[in-house]
Design a protein around this ligand. Structure first.
Ligand code: FES
Length: 96
């Protein structure tokens, strides 16, 4: 189930990416945070308490929105744009 629901600006180009091995869609100009949370209910699990995380400040200050790609690259979800072909994961062990 998606944590966020899109209510406006639906006319932008579709961007296709993979989330936890499943093909999904976002819109051009979406941050990774928006793209992931309109397709799921978390960005990742906390490395401390195994609880779901979905960002906090949404403006690049809190560091709560780190996510990773399938190949281990770390990205700050609120400050990075989604791109065609990205392969993101919200499951699994967090590697710092
Ligand atoms: S949500 Fe706070 S840095 Fe991204």
């Amino acid at each position: 189930m998606a944590l966020l629901q899109r209510v406006a600006e639906r006319g932008r180009r579709v961007v296709r990416f993979v989330l936890d091995g499943r093909p999904v869609e976002a819109l051009e100009g979406d941050t990774i945070l928006t793209a992931m949370l309109t397709n799921g209910d978390r960005l990742r699990r906390s490395e401390f308490a195994d609880t779901p995380r979905a960002g906090f400040c949404l403006m690049g200050a809190c560091q709560d929105c780190w996510v990773r790609t399938e190949d281990g690259q770390r990205l700050r979800a609120c400050g990075s744009f989604i791109e065609d072909g990205m392969r993101l994961v919200s499951e699994g062990e967090w590697q710092s």
